[in-house]
Design a protein around this ligand. Structure first.
Ligand code: ADP
Length: 543
């Protein structure tokens, strides 16, 4: 028999992240802009104590290992306590996106069979309305103090969060258990078909946090002050609540105040150094700083992902505001981190322009994630930066199945992402599209992301979406849907002319339509399905 090692075996549990934070960085602050309207300050040590009290309260309510506990809440300290109190007690934290249509929220709660639901004060009306449809839910806990409790409610099972905590003494030890136990569950947004539940393990969550914090990933440090704009209900805020506890950094939680002015004030007041979020949220912040002629005093880095980050946004952040943008790609099924745009040593003497171009891609994979691209027959394609194929991944924090669904999603042991990508010889991956968003013109593919990126660089364009429009000769041709910047005029012909020399001529969009607003999904992506539906009868001028 081979010689075995003699190292301690400690299960990689989520509670170990929090006990580390409390013991070694206990006085580091967690600051929250509360739903109640005021600012609230606490620290890792208090969060740990209150999470233990919450675990005691959940045991008192009769919850048992593996039971699901739902949350409908914004980013804040109570939500953080629920993350740790629930998973730490071997229950399963199920974050739910309150921006989903109510029927979908009900569907998800029923699929997960949540026993308890924690809800923020301003989301409570949704739960009250849905309550008759939520048979599995034994208790609803309002995330506030006694004075926030509604005077009248149709619910007979409503509890007060602060009362639950106050009733416990904190004399509780985090249990030790198999690191492969379920820790949390997130549902994909299900823009086509029903949402699907991805169940993360304690082990996958801790390994993901370790990788996320690495210098070539988010590069989180104890000296950072991190403001996750990405909601805690969107793939666990990309793992930041876990990675932050691991490195012991300060967290600033924005609640539901995500407009440009509120975010900017929070960045300045709390000296935020690092942030993360989807591209649309940054449009609002950049508009605010630009129109008020403001600068950031401490903000240095932001991770942008969840949808393709337009190169123009990267340039604006870097050139006008001295903020580094790290472009990242991932998905719910990957916990979510897959790749990030970071340089290698060999790029040191590249020109600034070439470096910037490389960093516009979605980037290289972190240790723990492998990837490949395959063609329609499943044949593996070369890494030449040109061949585009279906992106498949495997790794320590990639799903192997979905909750309540027997059929394996895997293809030959790999998880098919539904994205189309190229990978270059140095391993830099670039998403050209979601496979269902690709525009198929005369048998060739046109990348909707490429078309959007060009117009996002036009000074009159606030937001642009490329969709396929039916064409009798070419099957599909690109149509651009554009929101203009306020007070600026531009014509469709001018925008079409703007493509000259920037993309192959045959890919030039056939038409541009102007709208007041582009619809977004609950996770902040352009809602292509809805746009295609709205413009399905649009007659292209080229027909
Ligand atoms: P859902 O799959 O539930 O809509 P996710 O947040 O998991 O929500 O979305 C994952 C998808 O988002 C990816 O498969 C990809 O299409 C898209 N995406 C994420 N990050 C990027 C990025 N940096 N560039 C382009 N697309 C991205």
């Amino acid at each position: 028999m081979s010689l075995m090692g003699q190292m301690m075996h400690m299960p990689l549990t989520i509670s170990s992240l929090l006990t580390h934070a409390a013991r070694h960085n206990g006085d580091v602050e967690i600051v929250s802009k509360r739903v109640e309207g005021d600012m609230h300050r606490t620290n890792w040590s208090e969060i740990e104590l209150r999470s233990r009290k919450l675990a005691q309260a959940l045991a008192r309510l009769g919850l048992q290992a593996g039971d699901r506990v739902g949350t409908l809440a914004w980013n804040g300290y109570r939500h953080l306590e629920i993350y740790y109190g629930v998973s730490g007690a071997q229950l399963v934290c199920h974050t739910i996106n309150p921006r989903l249509v109510p029927q979908q929220v009900a569907w998800i709660v029923n699929d997960a069979q949540d026993k308890v639901i924690f809800v923020d004060i301003n989301i409570f009306p949704l739960v009250e309305k849905l309550a008759p449809m939520l048979a599995s839910v034994k208790h609803v806990v309002l995330m506030g103090a006694r004075e926030s409790m509604p005077k009248e409610t149709t619910l007979t099972n409503l509890l007060c969060y602060e009362d639950l905590i106050a009733a416990e003494d904190g004399n509780y030890q985090w249990p030790s258990f198999d690191e492969n136990a379920a820790a949390s569950i997130c549902y994909t947004s299900g823009t086509t078909g029903n949402p699907k539940g991805a169940i993360y393990t304690h082990r996958s969550t801790v390994l993901h946090a370790l990788a996320a914090a690495l210098p070539d990933a988010m590069s989180l440090k104890a000296t950072d002050t991190v403001l996750p704009v990405v909601p805690m209900f969107h793939v666990n805020a990309w793992g930041i609540p876990y990675a932050a506890a691991m490195v012991g950094c300060k967290l600033v939680m924005p609640g539901h105040h995500l407009d440009g002015a509120s975010l900017y004030n929070l960045f300045e007041e709390e000296k935020v150094t690092m942030s993360a979020g989807v591209p649309t949220i940054w449009l609002g912040l950049l508009n605010h700083v630009k129109s008020n002629n403001l600068k950031f005093s401490t903000f240095k880095t932001t991770i942008i992902g969840g949808a393709a980050c337009p190169p123009a946004m990267i340039r604006t952040f870097e050139n006008d505001y001295n903020v580094d943008v790290i472009h990242a790609w991932g998905m719910t099924e990957l916990s979510p981190i897959g790749t990030l745009g970071r340089l290698k040593a060999k790029h040191a003497d590249w020109s600034l322009d070439d470096k910037q171009k490389l960093l516009e891609k979605q980037g290289k994979s972190v240790f723990g994630i492998d990837m490949r691209i395959v063609d329609a027959d499943g044949k593996v394609l070369p890494w030449d930066g040109k061949a585009a194929g279906d992106l498949e991944v495997k790794g320590h924090w990639v799903v192997s199945g979905y909750y309540n669904i027997d059929k394996s999603p895997l293809h030959d042991g790999w998880f098919p992402t539904g994205d189309v990508a190229t990978i270059d010889a140095d391993g830099y991956m670039q998403i050209t599209d979601r496979s269902k968003d690709v525009i198929k013109s005369g048998g060739e593919w046109i990348s909707s992301i490429d078309l959007e990126n060009v117009l996002m660089g036009h000074p009159a364009v606030h937001e642009a979406a490329a969709i396929a429009c039916a064409h009798p000769k070419w099957d599909e041709r690109p149509l651009m849907v554009v929101v203009k910047k306020p007070g600026v005029e531009v014509t469709a012909a001018e925008l079409i002319a703007f493509y000259d020399g920037k993309i192959p001529k045959w890919q030039t969009p056939d038409d541009v339509v102007f709208v007041d607003e582009i619809p977004h999904t609950a996770t902040g992506k352009i809602y292509k399905l809805k746009l295609r539906e709205s413009f399905k009868d649009h007659k292209l001028p080229t027909i």
